[in-house]
Design a protein around this ligand. Structure first.
Ligand code: NAD
Ligand code: UGA
Length: 470
């Protein structure tokens, strides 16, 4: 009794819902895929004839959307209709850290998830498979099931967990060639049959041996665990970078040396100004919260350290700039290259740049920012969220000292120092001789990503500070 899926709805047209559904539609032309969102502007942008206006910048995404949109891929604000028509509903709404009440600052805020469940329960007239795509605390499926199956309108729901592992900047290739697909479901016959329906969707392009099926709780907890392990690698190598700077060892040489051990592996060992992105911090906080909830304080403290180390790394970078510029950046022009949390994305959520900027602004720096994909409005919104309450005198003062540039060279002109916050490839191609000539001397450059060549720049005359190089 395995249901063949021909109609999918996805609630949430964000960084996960949009690209994930675009690739499912591309690979499964026989399935109608409708992505819905309450954000009307977002849906309008997904439908824009000009593919440069898609709400998300992701290499390769525009081509996939161009191929499938209007054929079997649709973006809509009519949530009820899409739910009604679908046999399978993916939930990929946001699950941010709670900012109020119980678990404030730690637990995942599940209000959007719950709203989806209530809406599905209200609208559905027939049986449906519900897929958790959002990252959720372990045992959320239980809560979903309680809400969904308590309406008494006769519809039956199977709940699967299928967390998404794509990384931004490489989302399309991650989706087209995933290391694995994970699907968790109930051990009952019904649950197993729901798993098979979703496996059949992915089998259109993913080899069966790369599709892992587990119990629901394992699948939910695997996602938090994967992000915690990944973030832990970055914090571990960043911890070593601090020691490198004191001892004259070179962190990139260390990454290479330890990464050659196949048990460690070479990926995700790039020391940086600190990890950002919407998920690592939020998911670890959620994991820590869960551990405390289940009275496992030692486990909670262990994982919390990953975040503390990351905060330390961002702070260390900002402090090094201030210390090196003779203990104050007051009135000094600091050029920021990059604002996104990593290259090849316009996403700035939790970007290290925001926190470094905040510290420098508090020391009264004047910050000139250039990022190839991030808008001025986004940069100001990010700063507002961490700096001062909107509208206060302090905010006005602060924003006088932030200038966003469309041209990297004007951002760097007459600067006292340059700070590289994102590893955009184009930074490697700049005319660094020209930059040097137009800067104040000594020309300081703080490379938070070890992206431009040290020796070359030092030959030109720059005083270069790298992460993890003594
Ligand atoms: P996002 O904020 O970009 O998108 C979520 C969208 O859901 C928003 O557009 C919002 O308007 C919409 N939404 C919220 N409530 C809704 C409702 N009731 N009805 C309809 N639409 C609603 O978030 P995202 O980055 O796509 O992340 C979504 C989930 O996926 C999170 O749980 C996240 O942890 C997880 N995740 C994210 C990534 C990533 O790279 N960003 C990767 C893997 C997993
Ligand atoms: C991360 C995971 O890699 C995905 O598998 C997961 O699906 C996703 O989180 C999620 O759940 O949201 P993402 O945050 O998009 O993906 O990007 P990453 O490539 O993981 O980078 C995260 C941060 O760590 C970036 O700021 C990046 O610059 C930094 N990083 C990464 C390093 O500093 N060094 C590294 O070696 C790798």
């Amino acid at each position: 009794k395995v249901k063949t899926i021909t109609n999918i709805c996805c609630i949430g047209a964000g960084y996960v819902g949009g690209p994930t559904m675009a690739v499912i539609a591309q690979k499964c032309p026989h399935i109608k895929v409708t992505v819905v969102d309450v954000n009307e502007q977002r849906i309008a942008d997904w439908n824009d004839a000009d593919l440069n206006k898609l709400p998300i910048y992701e290499p390769g995404l525009a081509d996939v959307v161009a191929e499938a949109r209007g054929r079997n891929l649709f973006f809509s604000t009519d949530v009820d209709q899409a739910i009604d028509e679908a046999q399978m509903i993916f939930i990929s709404v946001n699950t941010p850290t709670k900012t109020y009440g119980v678990g404030k600052g730690m637990a995942a805020d599940l209000k959007y998830i719950e709203l989806c469940a209530r809406q599905i329960a209200k609208v559905s007239k027939d049986d449906k498979i519900i897929v958790e795509k959002s990252t959720l605390p372990v045992r959320t499926a239980e809560a979903l099931s309680t809400i969904l199956n308590s309406t008494g309108n006769g519809a039956n729901f199977d709940i699967l967990s299928s967390p998404e592992f794509l990384a931004e900047g490489t989302a399309i290739s991650d989706l087209q060639k995933p290391d694995r697909i994970l699907i968790g479901g109930d051990e009952t016959e019904k649950g197993q049959s729901a798993i098979k329906s979703l496996v059949a969707v992915y089998e259109n392009w993913v080899p069966r041996e790369n599709i892992i099926t587990t119990r629901v709780w394992s699948s939910e907890l695997s996602k938090l665990t994967a992000n915690a392990f990944l973030a832990q690698r970055v914090s571990s190598i960043n911890a070593i970078s601090a020691l490198c700077e004191k001892t004259g060892a070179d962190v990139d040489e260390i990454s290479r040396a330890i990464g050659a051990d196949s048990r460690i592996g070479s990926k995700f060992l790039k020391s940086s100004v600190g990890f950002g992105g919407s998920c690592f911090q939020k998911d670890i906080l959620n994991l820590v919260y869960l551990c405390r909830h289940f009275n496992l304080p030692e486990v909670a403290d262990y994982w919390e350290q990953v975040i503390k180390m990351n905060d330390y790394q961002k702070h260390r970078f900002a402090k090094n700039i201030i210390d090196t510029l003779f203990n104050t950046v007051s009135g000094k022009k600091i050029a920021f290259l990059g604002w996104a949390f990593k290259k090849d994305t316009n996403d700035t959520r939790e970007s290290a740049a925001i926190y470094v900027a905040k510290e420098l602004l508090e020391d009264r720096a004047e910050i000139h920012i250039y990022d190839p994909k991030v808008s001025k409005e986004q940069i100001f919104a990010d700063l507002k969220s961490v700096c001062h309450p909107e509208g206060s005198e302090a905010t006005k003062d602060l924003f006088k000292n932030v200038i966003v540039h469309k041209d990297p060279y004007t951002a760097m002109q007459s600067a006292h120092a340059i700070a590289i916050l994102t590893e955009w490839d184009e930074f490697k191609t700049y005319d660094w001789n020209k930059v040097y000539d137009e800067m104040l001397k000594p020309a300081f450059l703080f490379d938070g990503r070890n992206v431009v060549s040290n020796e070359e720049l030092e030959k030109i005359g720059f005083q270069v500070y790298n992460i993890g190089k003594g």
